[in-house]
Ligand binder design. Sequence first.
Ligand code: ADP
Length: 320
Amino acid sequence: MFSKFLSGINFIARCRKYGLGLWECPNFLFIVMGVVTIVTMVGTYFLSRQFSDEGITIMSVTVEAVLIVTIGSFVISGVEKVAEANILKTEFVSIISHQLCTPLSAIKWSMEVLETEREADCKFSEKQKMFLGNIKKSNEQMLKMVTDLLEVARIDQGRAIFEDKELDLSNLVEESVAGLMRSAKEKNVQISLRIEPGLSRVCVDERKIKVVLDNLIGNAVKYSKNGGKVEVGLKEENRRIVFSVQDWGVGIPKFQHSRVFEKFFRSRNDSRYRTDGVGIGLYLAKAILKHCGGEVWFDSEAEKGSTFYFRIPVPAAKNA
Ligand code: ADP
């Protein structure tokens, strides 16, 4: 607590961290504003005691107000600079992702053509087939990362379009599990599915909710240890569809729980440098579920595993 307070007032380190000059840095300017306010108030007090002349008191109060307004305008332009940098960062990510999307899709398309040819006349050696498999897998990973980054940029800029329609989540969960079977097999992770029959339909954007499922189930596989297991569940409770995915993998240390849904957050567990990812999957999941009127939460313990849950309300009209 005390160290947090100390780091809070260590404005030089903070301004350096943000890459801002002192007179652009809100932390420094707030401290200057505080000091100026105290000094001028004390000064005004002594002046008014020393001189009974009303004019001097009015003048000193005016000087005080001018100083505060001037520093205040510096603070505002400092905050604006930070906000602009944030907008630029989002735009930068969006432009780069757009530029990467086209060549990556071209590689994907070419790989698909090569695969059909391979099936037609089997002219690739085993080694070539292995290399082709590696290219395909890396390409899929990059394409997923770029698509997620684009979605994050759209959500941050308020440009995301949700095409909600009524659908049965069971099919999507099954589809998502099927799509992740290959990576699960590579790690020898068993995925089991428990879906309650006869679930109500929910009103969501199919493509976006698939992103949520792929990220949550994909994480459970990714952060499982070799030979582990993952349990995926879907049930209905109090007019809400509740999804859960449990793993017995690396888990998340308690002190990092509050940061898990932050953009670009990656926990400092062992697997941080061994698994691919940029820390946007859960941020995206939370934003998408918020749009559906749903919520996402989790339980996790380091080295014991994690369970991620989400729930989405069932549309009222369909319950009547
Ligand atoms: P990433 O691309 O890094 O997986 P996410 O936003 O999906 O990004 O997750 C953020 C971080 O939360 C991950 O880097 C990881 O440290 C932690 N995390 C998410 N899911 C799990 C899980 N099932 N088990 C352990 N850690 C997890």
